[in-house]
Design a protein around this ligand. Structure first.
Ligand code: PLP
Length: 421
């Protein structure tokens, strides 16, 4: 489904009732943030309450129809509820919902492991898990177990998930780390996000000491900031010289979003996938070089890194269907073409963009500006989120299946909103 926005009533009663109940029952960490934002923006009804979604459209409990340029945090690359993903989930639910993870695995989990290992240009082994944070956790543990060196080099502005392991490497915002500082280890060195290749060379002494470097090819939540061209290759060379592992976090950038299944080429030792992998179901993976993964030990020993739901059959079936659709429908190529269209259309309306494929950012001049733009777009029926620790970038990560007309109509709306701002 790819229909234009249709706003019936953004201050609808059903939404208001749900939002009141949300305030009563949800942890105040979330509710307080919502209330603060509503106050700041003079918006009565923030958030909207999703009732259904299909393709590029989301409908709320009051029947307002939106066009989603968030893909639900980058998950719905194939569009929401892609029919083949839904069919695979139905079919799997008729046979097996849950197995014994690493002990007695399901057939579908094994099929997915094979598909993921075939996606990378090296002899690989993979660990499945539930969300992005888990995949990063697996990569960090793998690096430590392989190199025996606790040091980690991460980047300012980087976002890798909020469980304690990944949080230690999150350079996105000090506020996320501060309350948990006592539980965060001090082996992480944060490097500035490089603006030139030579700045990576300056990291050579630190890389020599560290066990791993963790990096996103494009910082997504950090404000859609692409790594300098040739950056991964340069890091790979520096890491290889020193026996340090390169972890490339492709949780947001991977699986078609930026025009390829991943942007790591042959530079990574460990690649993390998540978000779009399950087509809407929670599943993630850390795919690593076989010799690195072999450091986990012999299968006769205890499985010291596992989880009850790792490799869940339902999510594995959804992931296999998603990967098949991505390939069959040429969605990597489509992401490039549609990304070009967005850039061209916005450029013609004097709106600057950065990014690659369908991970685009519109830099705005003031901190907080993206919150206002995002709210103005919402009232016109478009969902788009702020990015950057100072909310000064509008993030555009639409479903790859969006039609050209829908993209053009959005560009008109955004240009108009920016003109009136
Ligand atoms: C690059 C990157 N890594 C890791 C994560 C964490 O994923 P999750 O929220 O599924 O734990 C995110 C989430 O936005 C991400 O963008």
């Amino acid at each position: 489904m790819d229909l234009p926005p249709h706003i019936v009533n953004l201050d609808g009663e059903r939404s208001a009732r749900f939002v009141d109940r949300l305030a009563r029952f949800e942890s105040p960490a979330f509710t307080a943030r919502r209330a603060r934002r509503s106050e700041e923006l003079g918006a009565k009804n923030d958030p909207i309450v999703w009732a259904s979604a299909q393709g590029v459209n989301v409908t709320d409990v009051d029947g307002n129809r939106f066009v989603d340029l968030t893909s639900g945090f980058g998950v719905a690359s194939l569009g929401h509820r892609h029919p083949e993903v839904v069919a695979a989930i139905h079919a799997q639910s008729e046979t097996l919902l849950h197995a014994l993870g690493d002990l007695h695995p399901s057939d579908v989990k094994i099929n997915l492991l094979e598909a993921l290992c075939e996606m990378v240009p090296f002899d690989a082994r993979a660990v499945l898990s539930l969300n992005g944070s888990d995949a990063v956790e697996t990569a960090l543990k793998t690096a430590l177990i392989h190199t025996q060196r606790p040091g980690i080099i991460a980047f300012e502005g980087g976002y890798h998930g909020l469980a304690l392991g990944p949080l230690a490497t999150c350079g996105y915002s000090a506020a996320f780390r501060a309350p948990f500082e006592a539980h965060l280890h001090d082996h992480v060195q944060f490097a500035p996000w490089p603006t030139a290749l030579e700045e990576l060379d300056d990291l050579a002494p630190a890389i020599r000491e560290a066990g791993c470097v963790i990096i996103e090819p494009i910082q997504g939540r950090g404000g859609v900031r692409p790594l300098v061209a040739g950056g991964l290759e340069r890091l790979r060379a520096l890491c290889e010289e020193n026996g340090t592992l390169l972890i490339v976090d492709e949780i947001f950038t991977g699986l078609g979003r930026c025009g390829a299944m991943h942007l790591s080429e042959d530079h990574a030792d460990l690649i993390c996938f998540g978000k779009a992998l399950g087509g809407g179901l929670p599943i993630s993976a850390c795919v690593g070089r076989a010799d690195v993964m072999s450091s986990w030990g012999h299968p006769d020993g205890e499985a010291i890194h596992t989880g009850t739901f790792f490799g869940h059959p339902l999510a594995s079936a959804a992931a296999l269907a998603s990967l098949a659709v991505l390939r069959r429908d040429g969605l990597c190529e489509r992401a490039v073409a549609l990304g070009d269209l967005f850039r061209r259309e916005l450029g013609q309306r004097n709106v600057a963009t950065r990014g690659q494929g369908l991970m685009l950012g519109v830099p705005l001049s003031e901190p907080g500006a993206a919150l206002h733009v995002s709210r103005a777009l919402l009232s016109r029926g478009y969902l788009a989120l702020p990015a950057g620790a100072h909310a000064d970038v509008l993030q555009l990560v639409p479903p790859i299946v969006m039609r050209d007309e829908t993209a053009r109509a959005f560009c008109d709306a955004l240009a108009d909103v920016l003109e009136r701002a």
